[in-house]
Design a protein around this ligand. Sequence first.
Ligand SMILES: NC(=O)C1=CN([C@@H]2O[C@H](COP(=O)(O)OP(=O)(O)OC[C@H]3O[C@@H](n4cnc5c(N)ncnc54)[C@H](O)[C@@H]3O)[C@@H](O)[C@H]2O)[C@@H](O)CC1
Ligand SMILES: [K+]
Length: 444
Amino acid sequence: IETAALAGRPEDELMERAGLAVARLTLALQPREGAIWVACGPGNNGGDGRIAARLLAAQGRRVHVGLEPPAEPVALAIDALLGLGLNRPPSAELAAAIARINALDAPVIAVDLPSGLLADTGVPIGTQAVRADHTLSLLTLKPGLFTAQGRAQAGQIWFDDLGVTPTTAPDALLLGRDAVLALPLDPAGPASHKGVQGNVLLVGGAAGMQGALLLAGRAALAAGAGRVYLRLLDEAAAEFDTQRPELMHARYDTALAGKTVIAGCGGGAAIGQDLAPVIEQASRLVLDADALNAVAADPLLRQALKDRDAQTILTPHPLEAARLLGCTVAEVQAGRLRAAQTLADELHCTVVLKGSGSAIASPGRLPAINTSGSAALATAGTGDVLAGWIGGLWAQMPHSEPAAIAAAAVHWHGHAGESQAAGPLRAADLVERMHALHAWARGA
Ligand SMILES: NC(=O)C1=CN([C@@H]2O[C@H](COP(=O)(O)OP(=O)(O)OC[C@H]3O[C@@H](n4cnc5c(N)ncnc54)[C@H](O)[C@@H]3O)[C@@H](O)[C@H]2O)[C@@H](O)CC1
Ligand SMILES: [K+]
């Protein structure tokens, strides 16, 4: 898109517009007196910064351009060190300027993207990237602002298309509430009639890890599945969730066909021996946690998964994805969209790669990045809740595309976890928060 834009217009015209957009945002965010430090790098990103500096000075603001802050207190800083041209760790001079920006006690606006962050992946290329309070993305919204460290480094994201209409498709979609509203959810709300809401069977919960399966089961129920059965691998486990007596226990010979099966939560190593029939027979299948590790370790299970014809959703975190891909976690994180797409294409599944800015990929579709969620979700069991929620929604809407189900569940889950006001969110409380959002999910 950048190249096409440049072909149509002289670059300095676009840079002039970029500088104007930066100056406008600066004045909106910092309308009062006070010195503005504009840190400009050697390329066009720095050029945007210099134009913004000129326009701000013309408005009567005290502006200081340079790699070091002025002697007087800084009211606001503009990071125009590096943008899309970043292709190697910042030089010592620029790295020092990044460190000075991060040490400031003033709001920071990043031009285009926080300097030091890679636009496609959200990964800092050197030891540190700018931690901005605001990022004004120019021409396009860069995927790296929404996934990996990008979400934490970019702060509030603003966008200016500089008057250029894109002529090519985006690289990725951004998931918002529309992903949830698009679902054909029963308007009457969950459990209007349990017979039509679908059946979920959960397999997992080895000794010491039953809680994971209970959380997933509670989530499937709260999402609105009609009947939820647990098949606990720990045979000595209590056959009853006293807080959720609605959950039923499945016998070993309970049929898998016709059901939405969620396998792997708290499964331990024991899940491996149960997976072959599950992969072969489940009508719709969600594989999480230890089920993913079992597939990574067993070529026969892997082949069986490929043969399932796309009615499968995988929910790996980066380590599980790395095991499935045969690479390192760092490699997964260095290209989250690519990793999710590679797995989806290879295993013929929909893949939810969890983490900040969860990525969702399906064969033959544009990948999507979720925009909801916060660090409050980084607690034990929230992944089990997500797997359960996906299965609970899918059971009710068996004809929906798995990618649509996964997108809705991921956004819903993130939205419920958005407030960090009450501290870290315990997984059982997350289920209740998600349940309280049914009206929101139906457009209220
Ligand atoms: N492409 C376009 O159509 C437009 C681009 N604009 C701006 O231009 C930016 C891209 O400009 P550039 O391609 O000049 O890229 P940058 O400004 O990001 O950086 C390129 C310059 O920095 C140097 N550099 C790269 N990595 C470095 C490192 N690690 N340490 C030290 N120096 C390094 C390069 O040698 C080059 O001189 C965008 O991010 C945006 O801010 C805007 O002006 C609007 C229009
Ligand atoms: K920048």
